[in-house]
Design a protein around this ligand. Structure first.
Ligand SMILES: Cc1cc2nc3c(=O)[nH]c(=O)nc-3n(C[C@H](O)[C@H](O)[C@H](O)COP(=O)(O)OP(=O)(O)OC[C@H]3O[C@@H](n4cnc5c(N)ncnc54)[C@H](O)[C@@H]3O)c2cc1C
Length: 414
């Protein structure tokens, strides 16, 4: 019988998955899940996709209902922000002054949208929370052009969703191929071109100088002097870890909560971090890593729950990176670290409609280090498994070549 109390701060995928994994791994002590938002815990990826498009409602993104929580004996404390952590007393202090005592603490406070550096009274949006998406969906229901600042995943997804809703959309990013940061320039350029095919204008390689006006009548001035009229502007320029509430705690913070390979904070083995807020020592890469991807938060939670339940059999967290993005009719999936390797070959056809392709990346010794696929989940699964196993590029290509012929798949899919 375990009588410890585990307090989890942050109630999205990292927090909810940790709470559920504790129970599924047999933890019998108290589990308290604290979240600053009043909404039931919800999932983030659909916020820029189905929820923004209006094809899903809130119930489809809810990750834990009050009934689920009761059944799993998870004590939900929503609408309460953690304001401070007292490590000596082992308490989390909430807004309003409530003190919540813990034996084990899991920090799962994620990240916030990097705020817009351009301030106007109305009309500029970010997308990180359910309320953000609702506000933006209302704005997109009106007429007028939309300018999206930032061509990374979230900006690209918002642009695709707004375009599908019939809006006139322009994306601006100072990089020539924004997703090139993750996949390298060559494939980044291909991915960048998908916007044009869907009638979204791009201003890549140019920044934003200023934004003026108000909702419905904004003017975005670019660094090359061009001006873009906009009814709505969406700023998707990255995220910042929610670690400010820990500033006075004494925990080591460095763009996230610094952890060892077991996801325990430095010098405080009863305090863990998971998800977007965690910067842990990756035992294979031998460097401190912080990931802002859904699968990382989910897999790290399972590892942390194991380590809490089995302190004598700690598991190092050594994932093979994985992230996906849905843009237009492209499901883009990335495994491993393509940006740290060299593109070896692209199998398939990105010009075909629908596109289906796999790009494979290796190091100078021919070891497989990364892969990017478009509309080809089976290929991605194979690549991710082979990256984790340390396979060669040659072996991976041989497996991919053995998959059903792409042309046949494409034809059958029509
Ligand atoms: C619009 C959008 C689309 C995305 N699409 C994809 C995708 O397609 N594929 C993919 O792999 N990833 C995607 N992601 C990223 C993925 O959703 C995140 O990596 C994941 O949500 C991280 O989970 P988390 O629990 O660590 O943090 P978060 O989801 O950020 O959740 C943290 C929670 O903690 C709460 N919190 C913060 N501070 C406090 C405090 N002081 N006290 C109490 N509670 C607090 C927050 O309100 C939030 O509920 C997307 C993210 C966004 C925003």
């Amino acid at each position: 019988m375990d009588t410890r109390t585990v307090v989890i701060v942050g109630s999205s995928v990292g927090g909810v998955r940790t709470a559920k994994a504790l129970r599924s791994q047999g933890f019998t002590g108290r589990v308290i899940l604290i979240g600053d938002e009043a909404h039931l815990p919800y999932d983030k990826p659909p916020l820029s996709k189905q929820l923004l498009a209006g094809t899903w409602d809130q119930s489809r993104v809810t990750m834990l209902t009050a009934e689920d929580a009761k059944e799993a004996d998870i004590e939900l404390q929503l609408g309460s922000a953690a304001e401070r952590l007292d490590l000596a007393e082992r308490v989390v202090i909430l807004s309003g002054g409530t003190r919540v005592a813990y034996d084990v603490l899991v920090i799962a406070t994620g990240a916030a949208a990097r705020p817009s550096p351009w301030s106007v009274n109305s009309g500029i949006h970010v997308v990180r929370t359910l309320d953000d998406t609702r506000d933006l969906a209302r704005a997109l229901a009106a007429v007028g052009p939309v300018v999206v600042v930032g061509g990374g995943f979230i900006g690209a997804e918002v642009a695709a969703t707004a375009r599908a809703a019939g809006r006139d959309v322009t994306i601006v990013d100072p990089l020539a191929a924004p997703i090139g940061r993750l996949v390298g320039h060559e494939l980044g350029t291909i991915l960048a071109s998908v916007h044009a095919r869907h009638g979204v204008r791009t201003r890549f390689g140019v920044g934003v100088e200023s934004i003026e006006g108000c909702e419905g009548e904004l003017t975005v001035t670019l660094t090359n002097g061009e001006t873009l009229p906009a009814a709505t502007v969406v700023v998707g320029i990255g995220a910042i870890p929610n670690d400010g509430w820990l500033a006075s705690s004494g925990l080591l913070i460095d763009d996230g909560v610094v952890c060892d390979e077991f996801c325990r904070t430095v010098e405080h083995p009863n305090v863990y971090a998971v998800g977007d807020v965690a910067r842990w020592r990756h035992p294979v890469h031998q460097e401190d890593v912080r990931a802002e991807h859904w699968t990382n938060a989910a897999e790290q939670s399972a590892c942390v729950a194991h380590n809490i339940c089995h302190p004598g059999e700690l598991r190092a967290y050594a994932p093979t990176e994985y992230v996906w993005s849905d843009q237009y009719d492209w499901k883009i999936q990335i495994a491993g670290r393509p940006n740290r390797a060299v593109l070896q070959r692209i199998i398939g056809d990105v010009d075909h409609d629908p596109a289906q392709a796999a790009a494979v990346y290796g190091d100078r010794d021919g070891v497989l280090r990364g892969a990017v696929t478009v509309n080809w989940p089976k290929a991605l699964m194979i690549c991710r498994r082979m990256i984790g196993a340390g396979a060669t590029v040659t072996d991976c290509l041989a497996e991919l070549e053995g998959l059903p012929r792409l042309a046949a798949v494409n034809t059958a899919g029509r």
